[in-house]
Write a protein that binds this ligand. Structure first.
Ligand code: NAP
Length: 285
């Protein structure tokens, strides 16, 4: 039976560290990090994510600024808000919750966020820095996965790593972070042939597919480390991951649950990035 990589416990540790550093920053420099979260429309899942981020801000002692805009917000209106936040010294991090409604081009919005306030690390300037391994922020979900691997002492160097999924927010940066740690990395996607033969080679398997229970036990090597990034819904509305947890956990050495795995880590890493942004903007080491 696999050992759980516990995202709730590990994220609590990260947030506690951020809280202490924030207290020290306030005491020494009178600076309170601020995170602006913008949500457009009424997507219920996005609403939950935004609330979680707001709660986390309160827990670590940040100021949080929430902007809930109506579904019919125009791109020009959203860009104007982003520009205002870029110029506001109280705001150190800006996050526009995706997806945005179809009248708004998400790339245009991401490009408009000042790179030094881009705590999601989606701006091309930050993506480029990640490619060359010289970065201030890492995208929150892949960074959270690395933190979870570290929390149980999983060594990446020299391991066969397989990432299923090649999105810009999860799959691609995930592969890059594993590569930075000297893993031998394969990225799989919907056109990959013989997927199970590839995933069975993995010492570390990361599933970021977005399909409930997609990874079955026959796709996993005995003793593999399995990370489930998926946040999927079963027909009955229940939250589950991309990995068939019950059968895969019989074979894996370590595994993340859903919920309680990668999800809470994403929020904790956002807090860490916002603290980093506040320090950088104020020229504090
Ligand atoms: P996405 O943009 O939809 O990407 C899904 C990826 O899976 C694509 O690269 C796609 O390949 C690949 N794929 C789809 N069907 C496949 C198949 N049959 N075989 C192999 N690959 C296949 O999704 P995402 O934004 O990366 O998110 C992935 C999952 O992670 C979702 O469940 C999402 O909710 C979750 N998520 C969780 C967190 C968290 O905090 N825990 C954060 C972000 C996302 P193509 O590129 O060829 O289409």
């Amino acid at each position: 039976m696999a050992i759980l990589m516990d995202g709730r416990a590990t994220s609590a540790k990260v947030k506690e560290q951020v809280r202490q550093e924030t207290e020290a920053l306030k005491a020494a420099h009178g600076i309170t990090p601020g995170l602006a979260v913008v949500i457009v429309g009424n997507d219920p899942a996005s609403r939950v994510y935004v609330n979680n981020k707001k709660k986390a801000c309160e827990a670590v002692g940040f100021q949080s600024f929430e902007y809930a805009l109506p579904e019919d917000t125009t791109q020009a209106e959203l860009l104007e808000l982003v520009e205002t936040l870029n110029a506001d010294p109280k705001v150190n991090g800006i996050l526009v919750q995706l997806p945005v409604p179809p009248q708004i081009d998400d790339k245009t919005i991401i490009h408009a966020i000042s790179p030094d306030k881009d705590v999601d690390a989606f701006h091309p300037a930050n993506v480029g820095k990640i490619m060359i391994g010289d970065y201030a922020f890492l995208p929150c979900t892949p960074a959270g996965v690395m933190e979870l691997l570290d929390s149980v002492g999983v060594e990446v160097s020299g391991k066969r790593c397989v990432v299923i999924g090649r999105s810009n927010i999860v799959g691609k940066p995930m592969a890059m972070l594993l590569l930075h740690r000297s893993g031998t990395v394969t990225i799989c996607h919907s056109r990959t042939q013989e997927l199970a033969a590839i995933t069975r080679e993995a010492d570390i398997l990361v599933a970021a597919v977005g399909k409930a229970n997609f990874v079955t036990a026959d796709m996993v090597k005995e003793g593999a480390v399995v990370v489930d990034v998926g946040m999927d819904r079963l027909e009955n509305g229940k939250l589950c991951g991309d990995v068939q947890f019950d059968e895969v956990s019989e074979k894996a050495s370590y595994i993340t649950p859903v919920p309680g795995g990668v999800g809470p880590m994403t929020v904790a890493m956002l807090m860490r990035n916002t603290l980093t942004a506040a320090k950088l903007q104020n020229h504090i080491q």
